[in-house]
Design a protein around this ligand. Structure first.
Ligand code: C2E
Ligand code: CA
Ligand code: CA
Length: 543
């Protein structure tokens, strides 16, 4: 029988009266896609969004590297496909019409292992996914109600950087050492698997209390995070861990792995080197994020973005020196979504590059219509450096708008300098040669901040608002030392988030050169700028 028959029936009935088959597809617990003859996904149900990260507009070959166009030319048939995450699916292809095809995907737990060595990862000797799934299915079917298993999904932090900077042979040696440390952290009957790249999974047996899983996760974070010495290189990486506990006997192996993955995602979001235990709400969170991602893909085309501008003031002259462009997303249903809620998502899926280009272009054009020649500061994401188009984007934005380069200031965070530092410095030098100013944003919140200041002569350091708001001795000492270091390096210093007159007095005392915060002006829309400037230029000295 055609496996698709149950949900294709409505199409054969009166098309006017029939319900949209997509409503039915949506409810199916397994992934179902509709693709065009060009292999582009036209529709992805929720299950495929979750398990394959399938999204409308993506090519199906991105999800299944072995997919080729011939598959859809042959009419209905069934084949085995392997996803880019390494999962196997029995794929049933069926034409909907001449232009569209349905792919019904059934996850295979037991992937075909033709040779015994297929069960082991050649590099580390750890078991591979198939074998892990068999162990997991057995453990779950074992049905010993008194003890349960835990799945720990691990992903190494900063492994890519090691690979990129020290080469693959060092990367490989590092993976072996990580495998050894993981085995050392576990008991002999636990199963340690490598799923590929820097992804590992540990199956822990006999987990009587959540605390047992937490103890193991903490031990792994600690062991993996200790320094490695490989070929004379000192290497520091870390790991994040997502835990899923299989206490419920009805849970499937693939669900448990997926839950572990969801928890891993949350662990990474909370910061590096942490672990999180799966909670049911995480599904909903991910779904929400997927929905937001779909909306975000359309937001540029639908002109839902706009820029607000927040003034920064020179505390020596008391004049408005310029405005920072801050991105706003006016969502038609959810209202205004703050940038902190969607920028990390846009960075994850690469949309930030297109959005960043739009911000750069728009900020330059809008600054040209201001009544005075103030500077416009634009935030640039680390991902825009990686895309290698930043220089071109900036040069073309200046060209098209006619904005003189000295009126543009680019704000970067330490994140941009973490990976591939040499390339980033090269781009920064090229930007500086155009005449653009470069600021170091959110200073003090990141890693080994001070060393970055010596790598590039920034025009300005922006001290994060946590140090300005903090009244403790620590904040004060940090504020003072950053300000004096910046001053000695000839850099301007902006204090961010200045809200009160006391804070203003303090930052002046510490010799900050600029202030940006609610006290001197909140972010405002483009058309409020002329009035704001008129008023503040009149009452000079009052700021
Ligand atoms: P940021 O670059 O540190 O921008 C300053 C943020 O602090 C803004 O939040 C601003 O509204 C807020 N702020 C300013 N003064 C005060 C104050 O006195 N008190 C308090 N409590 N907050 C103040 P916003 O607009 O929500 O932006 C948040 C972050 O989103 C920005 O932090 C920046 O990292 C990012 N962002 C904004 N626009 C863009 C953009 O176009 N591209 C990129 N890549 N990131 C952006
Ligand atoms: Ca900024
Ligand atoms: Ca900032």
């Amino acid at each position: 029988m055609n496996a698709l028959a149950p949900f294709l029936i409505p199409l054969d009935v009166d098309p006017q009266a029939a319900p949209d088959p997509r409503h039915i597809l949506k409810l199916l617990p397994r992934p179902v896609l509709i693709i065009g003859s060009d292999g582009v996904i036209i529709y992805a149900n929720q299950a495929s969004e979750l398990s394959l990260n399938a999204v409308t507009g993506r090519g199906v070959s991105e999800l299944f590297p072995s997919y080729h166009a011939d598959l859809v030319r042959n009419g209905s048939y069934t084949t085995l496909l392997r996803s880019n995450r390494g999962d196997f699916f029995e794929a049933v292809f069926a034409p909907l019409d001449e232009q569209q095809y349905v792919i019904d995907l059934r996850p295979c737990i037991e992937a075909p292992a033709t040779h015994p060595q297929d069960n082991f990862d050649e590099l580390t000797g750890l078991v591979k996914r198939n074998s892990l799934l068999s162990h997991l299915s057995c453990a779950l079917d074992g049905g010993q109600a008194s003890s349960s298993v835990a799945i720990h999904c691990l992903d190494l932090d900063r492994f890519k950087m090691v690979n990129d900077t020290l080469g693959h042979s060092v990367g490989d040696l590092l993976l072996k050492k990580v495998a050894d440390r993981l085995k050392a952290a576990c008991r002999p009957d636990d199963v340690v698997a490598r799923l590929g790249g820097d992804e590992f999974v540990v199956l822990q047996h006999d987990v009587e209390h959540t605390a047992a899983a937490e103890t193991l996760a903490a031990r792994m974070c600690d062991l993996i995070g200790r320094t490695y010495v490989i070929n004379g290189n000192t290497i520091n990486i870390g790991t994040s861990v997502g835990i899923a506990i299989g206490a419920d006997p009805s849970i499937q192996a693939s669900d448990l792995l997926r839950n572990g993955d969801l928890a891993l995602y949350e662990a990474k979001k909370a910061g590096r080197g942490r672990f999180r235990i799966f909670e049911p709400g995480m599904d909903a969170l991910l779904l929400q994020r997927r929905e937001m991602e779909i909306d975000l893909r359309r937001a540029l085309a639908l002109k839902q973005f706009k820029l607000n501008y927040q003034p920064f003031v020179n505390v020596v002259t008391n004049r408005v020196d310029g405005f920072e462009a801050l991105l706003r997303w006016e969502h038609p249903v959810n209202g205004n979504i703050p940038p902190l809620s969607f920028i990390s998502l846009a960075e994850e899926n690469g949309l930030i590059v297109k959005i960043g280009e739009w911000v750069m272009r728009t900020a330059c054009i809008e600054a040209m219509s201001w009544p005075q020649e103030s500077v416009v500061a634009v935030n640039v994401s680390p991902l825009q450096f990686k895309a290698d188009t930043l220089l071109e984007t900036v040069a073309s934005a200046l060209n098209r708008s006619g904005l003189p380069a000295h009126r543009l200031e680019i704000e970067i965070t330490e994140g941009a300098l973490l990976d591939d530092t040499d390339n980033v410095i090269q781009t920064l030098n090229a930007l500086r040669n155009l005449g653009v100013k470069i600021s170091m944003d959110d200073f003090g919140t990141g890693y080994s901040s001070l060393s970055y200041l010596q790598k590039f002569p920034f025009n300005k350091i922006k001290i994060d608002r946590s140090f300005v708001a903090g009244s403790g001795a620590d904040s004060e000492a940090i504020l003072r030392s950053i300000a004096s270091l910046g001053t000695s390096l000839g850099m301007a210093i902006t204090a961010e988030g200045v809200e009160t007159a006391e804070q203003m007095a303090r930052i002046r005392g510490e010799r900050c050169t600029h202030a940006q915060g609610y006290l001197t002006g909140r972010p405002m829309s483009m058309d409020q700028i002329p009035a704001f400037l008129a008023e503040n230029n009149l009452k000079e000295g009052a700021l």
